[in-house]
Design a protein around this ligand. Sequence first.
Ligand code: 8X3
Length: 261
Amino acid sequence: MVVLITGASAGFGAACAREFVARGAKVIITARREERLLALQRELGESSCAIIAQDIADTATLESKLTATLDSRGWKLDVLVNNAGLALGIAPAYACEIGDWERMVEINILALIRLTHFVLPGFVAQKSGHIINIGSIAGSYPYPGGNVYGASKAFVKQFSLNLRADLYDKNIRVTDIEPGLAGGSEFSLVRFKGDEQRAADLYRDTAPLLPEDIAQAVCFAAFAPSHVNINRLEIMPTAQAPAALNVHKISQNAPESKGVQ
Ligand code: 8X3
């Protein structure tokens, strides 16, 4: 099994690379930071791990480097893990930077569909393949400040389901893995624009999901028997739940202002 993993320099992507290699697969890991990729390659072994240091926003260059890597290694791609993605900001919609919204659309949606579009003809020709998208609970449950991030992950969820509608007779699997609160990655540091204290506060006194938990879920889908397609896996830490519906009352002293049960 040969697996391309995007956003693999840290967090979920790096954990997925470790888990796939531990299960005997070969991985092509891609991200912008070459030194991180090289360190992971040293850890996993050069025969099992190829690297592509490339900004995923330049999908065309990534695609040509992918073709060159597959050719030089004599590999054919079996699995694409669309892990690269980000949240930028947690401000209410009326106070967000439009550039942040555009960047989330560019990476979470555009880069994901371009790479998927690039690999699909090969998967169809070889009559096998698996696209595993990293979505989010934010694609199902709205929360304050989730605005475009959550909407981009709702896109990923529906895109995954719609892909299945076109691929069910092509022996190509599609899975959306939808994590909730997850630590051990740079996700919140990026979302809070480098505010380490705010990122640490989010995970203090609780037990979030860890990258290894997500890697296990990704591999559960990837290593399922070939007749099994895991459509969606929604995963939260035990300490998290979809929020109760809240109703804001004009008088903050009204007991109902705490929410409705
Ligand atoms: C990450 C999970 O809850 O921060 O996608 O949206 S959450």
